[in-house]
Write a protein that binds this ligand. Structure first.
Ligand code: SAM
Ligand code: SF4
Length: 336
């Protein structure tokens, strides 16, 4: 069989990274991500596990090398391990280089060993605070203890962990060093994420919560020697090494940095919508061509047509302290 042409967008960027949201549901209700009384999609709207498999396998055939599973909370999707187990065949064949996930950690105690067995080697765990009360406040429904047990289980299983924390002024500013030290002790890297103008924060003002990562970095530099690392992931993260601990710290600043020129990724929602850019509304429905025929030709054509529309960059702009370019969809929809 001929190898299909890889996915190259109009700006000569090779698309080899797919993020897939496998559910819009979650067992937490983080204030920056969801409203407390979220309405979730009816089940029939969701891609089935078999459809998710077909979708991902098609992308892999077209050159996707890295697959990140996200949500909502990916590990609350019923039967999700069937999907991970099935994706492991692409790791074994060498078509896929990395299978990974972003999780809130609540279900890791249950699934860490199975994930490792399926070929997952690294996980991103979202954790904004090590204070039980603050954790309960920010996640509304989460329990810190359960997540910490998940972190332990994942390390025992041999999974390498990166902790993702959303930087929120007047919330976890005072935990900058506590979190960093906790991660260093456990040999975990860490990434700080700037809060994005998505979803809703109820009555709270998102701009009040905004903690500029330049400030955060400057505070780290008061105590540690930071060396900029060249490594780019094709995404909005920049990395430094803390010389004193050897730890890698990332800064995700989608609002203030222009990372679009090296963007290598697209995002698939749990209903089969493909977003070519996190900051733009344009999307392509891939569920219709997937369901239209058992053969993947129409789906492949729809994927190529979508990639041909991938925009040059995004429109977020906090610089004038407004939320221009604000997106109405929730992070739990596109998976962050
Ligand atoms: N439930 C999983 C989790 O929390 O890791 C995966 C999905 S969650 C939408 C993915 C990431 O998006 C998490 O690290 C979360 O902190 C981040 N996130 C959610 N809403 C955000 C926002 N408004 N600004 C910045 N990051 C956000
Ligand atoms: Fe759930 Fe993750 Fe959103 Fe928190 S950030 S509500 S854990 S999807």
């Amino acid at each position: 069989m001929d190898t299909p042409a890889p996915l190259i967008d109009p700006f000569a960027r090779a698309i080899d990274y797919l993020r897939v949201s496998v559910t819009d549901r979650c067992d937490f209700r983080c204030v920056y991500c969801m409203a407390e009384n979220m309405t979730f999609l009816p089940k029939k709207e969701l891609l089935t596990l078999e459809e998710l498999d077909r979708m991902c396998s098609t992308f892999i055939r077209l050159g996707v090398k890295k697959l990140r599973i996200t949500g909502g909370e990916p590990l609350v999707r019923k039967g999700i391990m069937t999907f991970f187990n099935s994706m492991s065949r692409h790791l074994e064949s060498g078509a896929l280089r990395e299978l990974t996930l972003t999780t809130n950690g609540s279900q890791l105690a249950r699934f860490a060993d199975d994930l490792y067995a399926a070929g997952v080697r690294r996980v991103n765990i979202s954790l904004d605070t090590l204070d039980e009360k603050k954790f309960a406040d920010i996640t509304r429904w989460g329990r810190l203890k359960q997540v910490l047990e998940g972190v332990d289980a994942a390390q025992r299983a041999g999974l390498r962990i990166k902790i993702n924390a959303v930087a929120l002024k007047a919330f976890n500013e005072d935990e900058l060093f506590t979190l960093q030290e906790w991660c260093a002790e456990r040999d975990m890297d860490m990434t700080w994420i700037e809060v994005m103008p998505m979803g809703d924060l109820g009555n709270e003002d998102r701009l009040d919560q905004y903690w500029n990562l330049k400030d955060l970095r400057a505070r780290l530099a008061e105590r540690f020697t930071l060396t900029d690392l060249d490594e780019r992931s094709g995404g909005p993260a920049r990395y430094v090494r803390i010389e004193e601990t050897g730890q890698k710290i990332g800064f995700i600043t989608p609002l203030t940095h222009n990372f679009c020129e090296s963007c290598n990724r697209v995002r698939l929602t749990c209903t089969g919508q493909l977003f070519m850019c996190l900051g733009q509304e344009d999307m392509a429905d891939l569920r219709a061509p997937l369901r239209a025929s058992a053969d993947d030709r129409q789906l492949e054509e729809a994927i190529r047509a979508a990639i041909a529309r991938k925009p040059k960059g995004h429109d977020f702009d906090y610089s004038r302290q407004t939320v221009d370019g604000q997106m109405s969809r929730h992070m739990s929809h596109t998976g962050g």
